[in-house]
Design a protein around this ligand. Structure first.
Ligand SMILES: [Zn+2]
Length: 373
């Protein structure tokens, strides 16, 4: 992992390079920001840059022994610390007990999908954390003489450090052994214990730009540009969110189909067909119905915006766009608000555990009236 492998974040890279080049690295650096933007990649690229013996062009070389060890996660002076679960019957547990899973995780999830980590820990409902014995284990590792001049501990999610663990870790951060350095990577800096937080030098990583996310989606999934842009907009600057949205595309196609049928049937006043439609939506279940109605809210807004004919304001997939091309004329300043509040009310009714078939049919029939406003 090197800086140039990481999309975006040019200013953060500049700052980190400057800290290394001017020999001003702190004992504890905290890289924080929302999940799915590449913070762990940044931490790993920084560690490799620090250890590389042939840095040039603002990056590590990739071919010196240190770089090669970093690439295979075998660098002798780089240690990883991360939240884990304590297997039943075990008295103590440290990160290294899950080393095999951790290596698999870093190999498969560059953007550190927490759900994937839970799967590897074999408990999707688990609440992994760093246990108190973690600090002793880090001290033990740091007591070995450094081979490369600087020992680095890359700590993922320090917000999951228990108080007991944090208290022990504190001393280590204040008075590090030799020139050991901590690079902490946090998704939720506000939840880090204040005693730890206040002793770090902090670098915030911001959400990625929509362009960066769209480029990633287009390249990784070979999707049409319009679809990639629509997904990037919904992903709100997070690659993990974008991956999730792409994974849900089949789902979204189903929603679009239901949305189009609703509007066509309502326009044609086909009441008995609308009843069939309502039963189909109700069959999605409570969460599914709510997701679908939220999708309808997005589509109503998008179709209203469509009339402004400013493409960059619209975030529609190719298929959604094909429908909007004619449908947008039916959403105007009169009915956009009434339809929106009708949808919001319907979501509330479903949430209140009402009879979904009745609620959806009532909603569908009212759409007939809204479309004629
Ligand atoms: Zn190198």
């Amino acid at each position: 992992m090197k800086f140039s492998d990481i999309p975006g974040h040019e200013r953060v890279k500049e700052r980190l390079r400057a800290l290394v080049d001017s020999d001003q690295l702190p004992h504890a650096l905290l890289v924080y920001g929302r999940s799915g933007i590449g913070k762990m990649m940044m931490a790993r690229a920084l560690a490799r840059y620090i250890h590389c013996t042939d840095r040039h062009d603002g990056d590590s070389c990739g071919v010196c022994p240190a770089c090669i060890q970093h690439n295979s996660l075998n660098h002798i002076d780089t240690h990883y610390s991360y939240p884990v679960l304590k297997p039943a019957g075990r008295m103590t547990v440290v990160s290294d007990d899950w080393n095999e899973q951790w290596r698999e995780f870093l190999g498969q999830s560059r953007y550190m999908d927490f759900g994937e980590w839970l799967k590897l820990l074999d408990n999707v409902n688990g609440q992994p954390r760093m246990y108190v014995e973690e600090s002793a284990d880090i001290i033990r590792k740091l007591n070995f003489t450094s081979h490369t001049g600087r020992q680095i501990v890359i700590m993922w999610l320090p917000e999951r450090m228990g108080e007991e663990c944090a208290n022990k870790m504190l001393k280590l951060i204040e008075e590090p052994l030799g020139d050991a350095m901590f690079i902490m990577v946090s998704n939720d800096a506000e939840s880090i214990l204040p005693t730890i937080f206040s002793r770090t030098q902090r670098i915030e990583m911001l959400r990625l730009s929509d362009d960066t996310v769209a480029e990633y989606v287009e390249e990784k999934y070979q999707l049409p540009h319009e679809d990639a842009v629509a997904i990037a907009h919904l992903a709100d600057g997070s690659i993990l969110q974008a991956d999730y949205r792409v994974g849900n595309m089949d789902h979204q196609k189903e929603f679009l189909d239901l949305f189009m049928r609703l509007m066509r049937l309502a326009y044609q006043k086909k009441v008995s067909d609308l009843r069939v439609w309502a039963n189909e939506v109700a069959a999605l279940g409570r969460e599914g119905s709510i997701d679908f109605l939220s999708y309808c809210l997005d589509q109503v807004r998008e179709n209203f915006v469509y009339r402004l004919a400013i493409p960059k304001l619209n975030y529609l997939t190719v298929d959604e766009n094909a429908f909007a091309r004619n449908f947008y004329k039916f959403i105007n300043e009169r009915n956009v608000l009434t339809l929106t509040s009708r949808l919001e009310q319907t979501i509330k009714d479903i949430k209140a555990n009402g009879n979904a078939k009745v609620i959806m049919f009532d909603f569908a029939v009212r759409v007939i009236m809204h479309l004629r406003q």
